[in-house]
Design a protein around this ligand. Structure first.
Ligand SMILES: O=C(CO)COP(=O)(O)O
Length: 255
């Protein structure tokens, strides 16, 4: 069965671009990218830049915004955290969950990614669940096993009626910020493993709705080839999403 999924071109700004830089970015970026059917452009600015980003993208429904992280609780004494309802109130439509920097720099556990994914779905936003293996895990031939371990508990907690809002990003940790990209063939193999895991839980029909993005040193020069691989529905871009012309070239590479 062939399913046509919307292409998603997402920029994760990480801890870059404060409010004034965010406004400058969009002033340069938006004129370079025409709205186009079948593709969706998403940015994850830092929380303090969210309002500036939202103001800048008014009138561009082809550009959506998300936050980089949330807490699963609805509110309370959690200094430094954001709740899903606060993110929604600010205008966020998506939330990154389990980014490798959250897992490996800040010690986020699989159990926490489950709670966050459930909270995001229950709060009406779309989680972008990031999974991926480290270089040691890949060398030990455990890349697929690790991704399946990261996905399994989350999928077990996501009922099929919420599946249409789930997005998965395969981001090998060794490719993030290193300039080393997965080969198109490796990316395709890992995307196929993600898709198989989804199909085992939900069946092929329902699983076919879930977009699977690739992330890790995506650049204007390699974006088209990566997105031409079967099962690669779009990209989640870090460093190269900070530059308006570079990210516009990646968006255009989606066709
Ligand atoms: O982590 C990433 C996106 O979430 C990828 O980062 P880079 O594109 O900088 O490798």
């Amino acid at each position: 069965m062939t399913v046509t999924r919307t292409r998603i071109l997402a920029g994760n700004w990480k801890m870059n671009h404060g409010p004034s830089q965010a406004a400058r970015f969009f002033a340069d970026f938006l004129p370079l990218v025409e709205p186009a059917d079948g593709r969706s452009v998403v940015f994850f600015p830092p929380a303090v830049s969210f309002a500036a980003a939202r103001e800048a993208v008014q009138g561009r429904p082809d550009v959506r915004l998300g936050v980089q992280n949330v807490h699963w609780e609805a509110g309370g004494a959690f200094t430094g955290e954001l709740s899903v309802s606060m993110a929604a109130d600010a205008g966020a439509e998506l939330v990154l969950v389990g980014h490798s920097e959250r897992r490996h720099v800040f010690g986020e556990t699989i159990d926490e990614t489950v709670r966050k994914t459930v909270a995001v779905l229950e709060g009406g936003l779309d989680p972008v669940l990031c999974v991926g293996e480290t270089i040691d895990e890949r060398r030990a031939d455990r890349a697929e096993a690790v991704v399946v371990e990261q996905l399994g508990p989350v999928l077990a907690a996501v009922p099929v009626e919420h599946l249409a809002r789930l997005v998965i990003a395969y981001e090998p940790v060794w490719a993030i910020g290193t300039g080393v990209t997965a080969t198109p063939a490796d990316a395709a193999a890992m995307h196929a493993a993600v898709r198989r895991t989804l199909e085992e839980v939900y069946g092929a029909g329902a699983a076919g709705q879930v977009p699977v993005l690739y992330g890790g040193s995506v650049k204007p020069e390699n974006a088209a080839e990566l997105m031409s691989q079967p099962g690669v529905d779009g990209v989640l871009v870090g460093g190269a999403s900070l530059d308006p012309a570079g990210f516009a070239a990646i968006v255009r590479a989606a066709g």
